[in-house]
Design a binder for this molecule. Structure first.
Ligand code: MN
Length: 201
């Protein structure tokens, strides 16, 4: 069964003014679609039909650059759309407690997360990862890599992640990646983040 582009659960303009409609439209219908199409090509070329995307990523060190970049691209973007919600939300519950105890407060966490995003040279992602035993860690990855990959420097379950490729912000924020990272908190879906943390246990 081929991988398919998941629908957005909100309109392309629903994250305005934080993320503009043109960026969202191009990002979902062009960039993400291209990752899906190239992933399906790579899966056929390497005989990976029947494996889940998580299984493929867990053995990515044995795969081609094509499967790595496009498999990561598909997983990361599917995760990213679900990490945001129109109007945003306030962090609460388990994830807020874990963030406060790990990072010494929510503002301190936001600062460290943005620093990791700004510090990722070139294109990539910044993540908040559950690494087991209730531990949280901030990490960043280049290109379309992610913490589910078997050769990731920090492995774990991503519960929050932001896309720091220029295609995610350049039309509105131009080169100002830190402005984008700081504005992005206004559209985070903390209920989804809490649910992910809860399912890690
Ligand atoms: Mn992207």
């Amino acid at each position: 069964m081929a991988f398919t582009l998941p629908p957005l659960h909100y309109g392309y303009d629903a994250l305005e003014p934080t993320i503009d409609a043109q960026t969202m439209t191009l990002h979902h219908t062009k960039h993400h679609q291209a990752y899906v199409d190239k992933l399906n090509e790579g899966v056929a070329e390497e005989g990976l039909e029947g494996q889940s995307l998580e299984q493929i990523l867990g053995g990515i060190s044995r795969r081609s650059k094509k499967v790595r970049n496009n498999g990561g691209g598909h997983w990361n973007h599917s995760f990213f759309w679900e990490t945001m919600t129109p109007g945003g939300s306030q962090p609460s519950g388990q994830v807020l407690e874990a963030i406060n105890s790990t990072f010494g407060g929510f503002d301190s966490f936001k600062k460290k997360f943005a620093e990791a995003g700004v510090g990722q040279f070139g294109s990539g992602w910044v993540w908040l990862v559950a690494t087991g035993g209730g531990s949280l860690q901030i990490t960043s990855t280049p290109n379309q890599d992610n913490p589910l990959m078997d050769d990731a420097p920090v492995k774990g379950t991503p519960i929050l992640g932001n896309d720091v490729w220029e295609h995610a912000y350049y039309l509105k924020y131009n080169n100002r990646r830190s402005d984008y990272l700081n504005a992005w908190w206004d559209v985070v879906n903390w209920a989804a983040v809490n649910e992910r943390l809860g399912s890690v246990g």
